[in-house]
Design a protein around this ligand. Structure first.
Ligand SMILES: [Zn+2]
Length: 127
């Protein structure tokens, strides 16, 4: 399962940062999830809960911020890529299906930049 390996990666990162900072506990973690990542946060959080049992990250609150994709065009346009409702994932509407988008200025295809990443934005620890 995709979410499980991601949760493992996040967990290892969180624990290593917590150890480096001599943390007693991890209070909360803020993740930035690109809307094009196809990562279901519910599944991700569930996997993280299981992984973090009996660790200093057990019970940490996980906040999720969704990052909208941004589009770039050869005409110089750069901005949020507006996605129509039918491009939303059926099983999880905050996520988007990959879709081709036209530049609102010149009509050419936008290059999507961003919105594909999963980033650990902040970790709040107890020292
Ligand atoms: Zn353009």
């Amino acid at each position: 399962m995709h979410e499980y390996s991601l949760a493992c990666e996040i967990f290892e990162n969180v624990i290593s940062i917590a150890h480096t900072n001599k943390a007693l506990a991890v209070n909360s973690i803020t993740l930035e999830i690109g809307r094009l990542t196809h990562v279901n946060p519910d599944q991700l959080l569930f996997c993280f809960d299981v992984l973090s049992q009996d660790s200093i990250a057990e019970g940490a609150k996980i906040n999720v911020n969704f990052i909208s994709p941004c589009g770039e065009c050869e005409c110089g346009y750069r901005g949020d890529a507006e996605i129509s409702d039918n491009a939303r994932c059926k099983d999880y509407p905050p996520l988007y299906e990959y879709t081709r988008l036209a530049c609102p200025v010149c009509g050419k295809l936008l290059q999507l930049v961003g919105g594909n990443d999963l980033i650990i934005h902040t970790i709040d620890i107890e020292i």
